[in-house]
Design a protein around this ligand. Structure first.
Ligand code: CP3
Length: 352
């Protein structure tokens, strides 16, 4: 049987079909809110070892699917594994998030080596193929990368925060910023192609910091690299859909959707989903966008929001998700309740 013949609801939505109730997965569905993750994380020693040891990364990827039965698994890794594989020093400090040895100048960028990408990410591809083998057939396997701008923010600032250095360099040394984005774009095309060849059914680009950019720079550093990635991937793997998530893009979501060939658009928490659905410049699947803090809070408000979002999107190709990642304080029971609530919605969606 070929991959196309297997019924995977998320792939059907990405092909433009509206399904009721919508299929669901959650950003950061594997991670610290799960006791089984914390247990394995403690034995792994550090986060990079966990991400690059196929047996452990496979187990962590499958944990939420086993516990909650989501419609997709997302590869367990991190967006910074790519620059790490190119040779940039990276560590994850407890309570501080990722810390990189930052790129100071073009000479620092030259020290990174595209030839290291393949050997440096072989373990990731091994994880992808193991997960695809172990995953229930109906479940979609999502591969991912950070978008070049967001990855460049960490590479140039060395850590998360407000990315003051990167945002300054954009005007004071635009050549350096463009060169970093160019390198990451080139690397990302191979990195995502290899994930697809290893068994990923679709891929997602996480552009968490896209919203820092004014419109002209959003075009240059978000839309253009995304077009390059989507075009190159579609040339190599025409049937594999790509989901874009330019967080906090605001109205720039419209040219982003119009000008990139993405099949799915990830709506952040602040997006008014029905308005966006009405304004869409072309047909695209929408993904999102429950507030992760409401998932943490739980209760009737969570129930109501799950139903409201699903009903507002009825008739639209929609993948239910959060507007950003699960926060570590989220009680796992709330995730179970979300999925149960969604799947038990009355069959006939209410008309407006
Ligand atoms: O379940 C999944 O969604 C798959 C795995 C995944 C991780 N990171 C694991 C992770 C994915 C898709 C990411 C993407 C990612 N990583 C983004 C884009 C999405 C977003 O949240 O905005 C960004 C900006 C990063 C960079 C990064 N990695 C940060 C800022 C942090 C620290 C904050 C945090 O949540 O701890 C990480 C570490 C990280 N990535 C962890 C996990 C499970 C926690 C590491 C640990 O266990 O100590």
């Amino acid at each position: 049987m070929t991959g196309k013949m297997i019924d995977r609801p998320i792939l059907r939505v990405l092909a433009g079909e509206a399904i009721w109730p919508p299929p669901v997965w959650l950003m950061r569905q594997a991670g610290r809110y799960l006791p089984e993750y914390r247990k394995l994380r403690a034995t792994a020693g550090n986060f990079i070892a966990l991400s690059t040891t196929p047996a452990m990364a496979t187990e962590v990827t499958l944990q939420p699917v086993r516990r909650f039965g989501m419609d997709a698994a997302i590869l367990f890794s991190d967006i910074l594994i790519l620059p790490w594989a190119l040779g940039q020093k990276l560590r994850y400090a407890e309570g501080e998030g990722p810390l990189m040895e930052r790129i100071e100048d073009l000479a620092g960028l030259d020290a990174l080596d595209l030839n290291r990408l393949k050997p440096g990410t072989e373990s990731v591809m091994e994880t992808v193929s193991r997960v695809r083998t172990d995953l229930p057939p109906r479940c979609t396997l999502i591969g991912f990368a950070g978008s070049p701008f967001t990855v460049a923010c960490y590479m140039l600032d060395g850590k998360g925060g407000n990315f003051a250095r990167t945002m300054g360099l954009i005007y004071s040394d635009p050549g350096l910023v463009a060169a970093v984005i160019e390198l990451v774009t080139t690397a990302t095309i191979d990195y995502l192609s290899w994930q697809i060849e290893a068994g990923a059914d679709c891929v997602m680009l996480f552009d968490s910091w896209a919203g820092l950019l004014p419109p002209d720079l959003f075009r240059a550093h978000v839309i253009h690299p995304t077009v390059r990635i989507v075009d190159a991937l579609q040339a190599r793997h025409p049937d594999v859909p790509i989901i874009g998530f330019p967080r906090l893009a605001g109205l720039m979501a419209l040219p982003y959707i119009a000008e990139t060939g993405i099949a799915g658009f990830g709506m952040d928490t602040g997006t008014d989903a029905p308005s966006l659905a009405r304004l869409l410049p072309r047909k695209v699947a929408l993904q999102g966008n429950l507030d992760p803090l409401l998932l943490r809070a739980g209760g009737v408000s969570l129930d109501h929001a799950v139903e409201r979002i699903a009903r507002e999107m009825a008739g639209v190709p929609h993948i239910f998700n959060l507007g950003h990642g699960i926060v570590p304080e989220t009680p796992p029971d709330h995730v179970a309740m979300l999925i149960e609530r969604l799947r038990s919605l009355e069959p006939a969606p209410l008309e407006e």
